[in-house]
Design a binder for this molecule. Structure first.
Ligand code: ADP
Ligand code: TRP
Length: 319
């Protein structure tokens, strides 16, 4: 089984990224041949500062490694180290119906948030399809918001297969049911573009302040509270054991504990959960060339596969 996923280096990684994409990707790396990349071509649709982009790429690689990505099992690389993917994106774009891309939720959301409607932004799903198809991927672990992109990928693969014979495998999305949409401190989907994110490697004070500022209703301390509508409880459920979750649920329903106390417990859990990863991150940071050497090795492996698939594609379409 070949597993593939990508993440944009468009900012600092948060716990929505962790539970939606990174943790499932890390869990899958032992179950097949994994390819994980940093989607720097995609990030160019929003990042216009070359220095910031370079720093983000390095930081995402570092954070992913610190969280448990094992470069002995998974190839970690920069998308732009496999430029053949842009050639495949062009070929896919020649069969991609405008209407299919016009229906993209992600494109519409981005315009609604004020991003420029560039051709690159419109074509984003075609490049993403190329990312997936160029590695003959079977499974793509992503958050729920990426599901439509995988459907578009499958549609484009089918179009090519119908036109030119069987060229591509059809990939399946793998969406983590327990963390479909991780809420941010305001209760909406956690996203760096909403400014409601809790970062994985934020410092202790920052993280505590963010947790303490989670928005709640004004139910008094003694009154029973509804855990299913609480961001605190939803976040706690991602970090705690079954028993701990059941216990917190009971205390919500019983009344007598204020949101402030629940927030303190959430902070403790969250801070402890990432402690081994913070330690690993420090170790990686001590070896200045480690991240770059991992990326170079990953790119070599990715190029081997991409070159083979591109030969098949070029021959199928008549180039
Ligand atoms: P952001 O919304 O912060 O810009 P990205 O769009 O870069 O995040 O998402 C990178 C990956 O993390 C994708 O697979 C996405 O589905 C996942 N992800 C992002 N935010 C969340 C969230 N709040 N809940 C679950 N998964 C998420
Ligand atoms: N669009 C994804 C995101 O914003 C990143 C991405 C680019 C990706 N190419 C991919 C994810 C291929 C999975 C597979 O998070």
């Amino acid at each position: 089984m070949r597993i593939l996923s990508g993440i944009q280096p468009s900012g600092v990684l948060h716990i929505g990224n962790y539970f939606g994409m990174m943790q499932p990707a890390i869990a899958l790396q032992a179950q097949g041949e994994a390819f994980y990349f940093i989607a720097d071509y995609h990030a160019l649709t929003s990042v216009r500062d070359p220095k910031a982009l370079r720093e983000n790429i390095h930081r995402v690689a570092l954070d992913f490694l610190a969280c448990g990505l094992d470069p002995e099992r998974a190839a970690l690389f920069r998308q732009s180290d496999v430029p053949q993917v842009t050639e495949l994106a062009w070929i896919l774009s020649t069969v991609a119906p405008m209407g299919l891309l016009e229906r993209s939720h992600s494109y519409k959301d981005k315009l609604a948030r004020g991003m420029l409607p560039s051709v690159g932004l419109f074509n984003y799903p075609v490049l993403m399809a190329a990312d997936i198809l160029i590695y003959d991927s079977d499974v793509v672990p992503v958050g729920k918001d990426q599901k439509q992109h995988i459907e578009i990928t499958r549609d484009l693969a089918v179009k090519i297969n119908e036109t030119f014979g069987k060229v591509f495998k059809l990939p399946e999305p793998r969406i983590q049911a327990a963390a479909e949409i991780v809420p941010g401190i305001d209760g909406q989907k956690m996203s760096k573009s909403y400014g409601n994110n809790i970062d994985i490697f934020g410092n202790e004070k920052e993280m505590r302040t963010l947790v303490m500022s989670i928005v709640t209703d004004s139910t008094p301390v003694e009154t029973p509270k509804d855990p299913s509508r609480s961001t605190i409880f939803q976040l706690y459920s991602l970090f705690a054991t079954k028993n701990e979750i059941a216990e917190m649920r009971e205390r919500f329903q019983k009344g007598g504990t204020g949101y402030g106390d629940f927030k303190k417990e959430l902070f403790q859990k969250l801070w402890q959960y990432f402690a081994p990863m913070r330690k690993r991150r420090e170790e990686i940071l001590a070896d200045k060339s480690y991240v770059d050497s991992v990326l170079i090795r990953g790119a070599r492996r990715a190029n081997e596969v991409a070159n083979q698939v591109m030969q098949r594609v070029r021959s199928a379409v008549g180039l």
